[in-house]
Design a protein around this ligand. Structure first.
Ligand code: CP
Ligand code: NVA
Length: 305
């Protein structure tokens, strides 16, 4: 049976740990001669801009011996009104997996319902699970464990925050989210994670309180793709939520700083912090390649199932 990856809980904890171990192994061996997916084709449908997700998945597909086919909305009849369902039926008769970056999460769910092959979420307005995989891998590499780690997410309760909530909760990590009132993560995602009681998840207003208790300090842009028009005075509302040296002074001395990138330098994070010794953001970005490879291998070769 085909298996999709639309949100992190599409894998259980054991499967997730196995995938992360595989990604770490792939990174160590720098294996580029893979032929595990030889003869296969993987589609990438992107309705929003991307640097990391597109390039890392294209490279991952190629390194596994398969062929990537990138399509943006202008290339597809989808952009001229062909339905999601018809597009999914047709493309899944040619391709072996399809990676999609789109707006409404319901759109990828609809695509997946009509696709005969695995669909991978390359970001929707609500979730960014592929980023979540690289985030967990980076924390595991840097801290040597996941269970029991304390993470602070400081900023907008967006797609990246929602996936971080699901990832930390699954791996029994504690998460403190600091955001202005009205910018909390998805209530259902929060409720489910809080219900699972595998970890402590709290929503705070004070960034220093979140930073002070954490091993990892994470942020993302204040205005996500597609929200530019309705951002209003959002940057003003978030000005106390910047990750800067003053905030880091309240953190544990060995706390690391993460950001999914792209960063808006000088807004949610300063140059000094992003380029400073505690930042692991470029390794985090690099890990998109290895987690992407491990994910494709898992779904296409039916590993873990
Ligand atoms: N972090 C991330 O998904 O980056 P891109 O938007 O460049 O793909
Ligand atoms: N929250 C950001 C993440 C980009 C990778 C966005 O959706 O634009």
């Amino acid at each position: 049976m085909k298996r999709d990856f639309l949100t992190l809980p599409d894998f259980n904890e054991t499967e997730m740990l196995r995938l992360l171990d595989r990604a770490i192994e792939m990174k160590k061996t720098k294996d580029r001669g893979g032929v595990s997916l030889a003869g296969r084709s993987v589609g990438l449908i992107f309705e929003k801009a991307s640097t990391r997700t597109r390039a890392s998945f294209e490279a991952a597909v190629y390194q596994l011996g398969a062929h990537p086919i990138y399509m943006n909305l202008n290339d597809l009849q989808l952009g001229r009104g062909e339905t999601v369902a018809d597009t999914a039926r047709v493309l899944s008769s040619y391709l072996d997996a399809i990676i999609i970056r789109t707006f409404a999460h319901e759109r990828i769910e609809e695509f997946a319902r009509h696709s005969r092959v695995p669909v991978i979420n390359g970001l929707t307005d609500r979730h960014h699970p592929c980023q979540g995989l690289a985030d967990l891998m980076t924390m595991l590499e840097k801290k040597g464990r996941l269970e029991g780690l304390k993470v602070a997410y400081i900023g907008d309760g967006n797609n990246v925050a929602n996936s971080l909530i699901q990832g930390t909760s699954m791996m029994k990590m504690d998460l403190s989210i600091a955001c202005p009132e009205g910018f909390e993560p998805d209530p259902l995602v929060l409720e489910n994670a809080m219900k699972s009681a595998r970890s402590e998840i709290v929503v705070l207003r004070e960034p220093r309180e979140a930073a002070g208790r954490s091993d990892v300090i994470y942020t993302d842009v204040w205005v996500s793709m597609g929200q530019e028009q309705k951002a209003g005075d959002k940057k003003n509302r978030f000005k106390n939520y910047q990750i800067n040296d003053a905030l880091l002074a309240c953190a544990k001395p060995d706390a690391i700083v993460m950001h999914c990138l792209p960063a808006h330098r000088g807004e949610e994070i300063t140059d000094e912090v992003l380029d400073g010794p505690r930042s692991v953001v470029f390794e985090q970005a690099e890990n998109r390649l290895y987690t992407g490879k491990a994910l494709l291998e898992t779904l296409l070769m039916n590993l873990n199932v």
